[in-house]
Write a protein that binds this ligand. Structure first.
Ligand code: UD1
Length: 363
C-alpha cells in the first residue's frame, strides 16, 4: 500500500483534511499519515476541530508555533524535510495558502516527492499579501492541482499551468453537507444568548485589517454603526491575533458593545450561521460557508479568491472604512436571488482520492 503524508497546521486546513482523511478511510485508499505543523496550537484554534470533526489524531506534531513569516516557514521546512527523509512517502498533500502549505510543498518537491495541492488556482489582489505568495509558489511546484471551480483552473492556465489540473469542487462544501445534520441552531443560539435572525456574525483576522490601527478602528466603528442603524446584535469571535491587537491599540472600548467571544469551533459557528441575519468577514473559508448556509456576507477585503460569489453580488465588498462597512452590512440584509452551487456537488473529497489512486505515476 502506498503512503501519503497530509500536512495541516492552521484552522482552515483541519477542516479540509477532515474530509480527505475520512474519504481515504472509506476507500481504504492508502496509508495516510497526518502531520500537524503546530502553526495553530491553542485548544480552540486546533484541538476542537480534531474532536468535533471526528479526525484521527496527528501522527506527528512539529510544534512550530507562531513567529515571523520567515522563521515560521523555515521551521516547517526544516522539520518537515527531516520527517520526509524518514517516512519516504509517495506523495505529499497540502491545503490552501498558509505558511505551512508553502513550506510543506517546498520540502517535498526538493526531495522529488510529488505534491498535491487542494484548493489550487485561487488568485487574489494584492499580490504581496502573504497568502497570495504562498498560493502562487505552491501551485507552481505542485504536480496535482485540485481546483474548487472552473475559474481557478483558468487562473492556472493564465500562468501556463495546464497539466495535472482537476476541477473537483470544494471539500469545505462536502464537509458542510456532511455535518449539517449535526448543526443545532436553536440550542447554540440560546447558549450564546441570541435570537433567530437578530444578529450579524463577524470574524476578522487578516493582517491588513487587524495589524493596522486605522483599519481596525474603522471596521469596528462601522460595525457599531451597523448595530445602531439596524438594531441587530453583532457577535465577534476573536482570533488571537485580533484580540492582541485590540489590547495593544487600546481599542477595548470599541468592542464593549459588541458580543465578543473566544474563537468558535466548526459546529457552533455553522449552527449560529444557520439563524444569523448576515455575515461580515475577512476569512476566505467563512465567506463561502456563509453562502452554503444561504447567508450573504460582507467581505472586508480589497479582493477575494472567491469571485464567483462577489460577481453575482451575493457577497459584497467593503473597504476598511466606517461608511463602507455600514453600507455593505445594510445592503447584505436585503433578499437576493440565491445562485446555483458553484463549488461542486459535495463530492470533491471522493474525486481527489480517486484521482490520486488512479494515477499510475505514483501508484
Ligand atoms: C493563518 C494563515 C491565514 C489563514 C489563517 C486562519 C498564513 C500566512 N496565514 O493566519 O491564511 O486564513 O491562519 O486562521 O499562514 N495565535 C495564537 N494561537 C494560535 C495561533 C495563532 O495566539 O493557536 C496568534 C499568534 O500571536 C500569532 C498570530 O495569532 O502570531 C497569527 O497567527 P499565524 O498562524 O501567523 O497567522 P493567522 O493570522 O492565524
Amino acid at each position: 500500500m502506498k503512503k501519503v503524508i497530509s500536512l495541516v497546521g492552521a484552522r482552515p486546513q483541519f477542516i479540509k483534511e477532515a474530509i480527505i482523511g475520512a474519504e481515504v478511510r472509506r476507500q481504504n485508499a492508502w496509508n495516510h499519515i497526518l502531520v500537524h505543523s503546530g502553526q495553530h496550537y491553542d485548544a480552540n484554534m486546533s484541538d476542537i476541530f480534531f474532536n468535533e470533526l471526528d479526525m484521527k489524531q496527528p501522527d506527528y506534531f512539529l510544534g512550530v508555533g507562531s513567529g515571523l513569516h520567515g522563521k515560521q516557514t523555515a521551521e516547517v521546512l526544516t522539520k518537515f524535510e527531516e520527517l520526509l527523509l524518514n517516512e519516504k512517502p509517495d506523495i505529499v498533500l497540502v491545503y490552501g495558502d498558509t505558511n505551512t502549505t508553502v513550506a510543506g510543498a517546498l520540502a517535498a518537491v526538493k526531495l522529488k516527492i510529488p505534491v498535491a495541492h487542494v484548493e489550487a488556482g485561487i488568485r487574489q489582489e494584492p499580490k504581496d499579501m502573504p497568502e497570495e505568495t504562498n498560493r502562487v509558489l505552491t501551485d507552481h511546484i505542485s504536480k496535482y492541482l485540485f481546483c474548487c471551480s472552473g475559474l481557478a483552473a483558468k487562473n492556472l492556465e493564465k500562468e501556463g499551468i495546464t497539466e495535472g489540473v482537476f476541477v473537483v469542487g470544494d471539500v469545505m462544501y462536502d464537509l458542510y453537507l456532511k455535518m449539517k445534520p449535526r448543526f443545532t441552531p436553536k440550542e447554540t443560539r440560546e447558549q450564546y444568548g441570541l435570537e433567530e435572525g437578530t444578529y450579524i456574525i463577524t470574524t476578522l483576522h487578516r493582517d491588513f485589517n487587524v495589524d493596522n490601527p486605522e483599519s481596525l478602528r474603522n471596521i469596528l466603528k462601522g460595525l457599531l454603526q451597523a448595530k445602531k442603524e439596524t438594531g441587530l446584535e453583532i457577535i465577534l469571535p476573536l482570533h488571537p491575533r485580533t484580540r492582541k491587537r485590540i489590547a495593544e491599540f487600546g481599542m477595548q472600548s470599541l468592542v464593549e458593545n459588541l458580543k465578543t467571544t473566544e474563537p468558535i469551533g466548526y459546529l457552533d459557528l455553522m449552527s449560529l450561521t444557520q439563524d444569523c441575519a448576515a455575515v461580515v468577514t475577512d476569512s476566505g473559508g467563512y465567506q463561502k460557508e456563509a453562502y452554503y448556509a444561504g447567508k450573504r456576507a460582507v467581505v472586508v477585503m480589497p479582493d477575494t479568491g472567491w469571485r464567483e460569489l462577489t460577481e453575482v453580488q451575493w457577497n459584497l465588498f467593503a473597504e476598511a472604512e466606517i461608511e463602507s462597512v455600514l453600507q455593505a452590512s445594510m445592503k447584505c440584509l436585503q433578499e437576493w436571488p440565491f445562485g446555483e452551487a458553484v463549488y461542486g456537488k459535495g463530492n470533491a473529497g471522493e474525486k481527489i482520492v480517486r484521482c490520486l489512486q488512479q494515477d499510475d505515476d505514483w501508484l
